[in-house]
Ligand binder design. Sequence first.
Ligand code: ZN
Length: 132
Amino acid sequence: MTSFTIRTAARCEMIDITGRIAEEVRKSGIKDGICHLFIPHTTAAITINENADPDVPRDILTALDRLIPLSDHYRHAEGNAAAHIKASLFGTSQTVFIEDGRLVLGTWQSLFFCEFDGPRTRKALVRLTEDS
Ligand code: ZN
């Protein structure tokens, strides 16, 4: 397993980490296999969506804020209940196939690290499994 650090700059932010994951795949030398990604946080997540148009992640974050307002009489005393809810909706893991040493993603797909309670220093875990 490998990991890398992600420094976020805003309370809510979607950061394209496809290049960093592709680099891990390249370094591993694995041609065919599976890439498992895990985010070890309770107020951050990972998702796959479009990065060709930067308005797509912006719209996702705006819609999320509408669905899950920052304050809404939550009981969680830490004050970041909205971030916990958003993280659970998106989830903490993704799996992507590796073929010919490359991540198998659709034309418009990118892997996004989702910060919901930043800015913070975060971590992403990567486990690459080679086909036997
Ligand atoms: Zn909390």
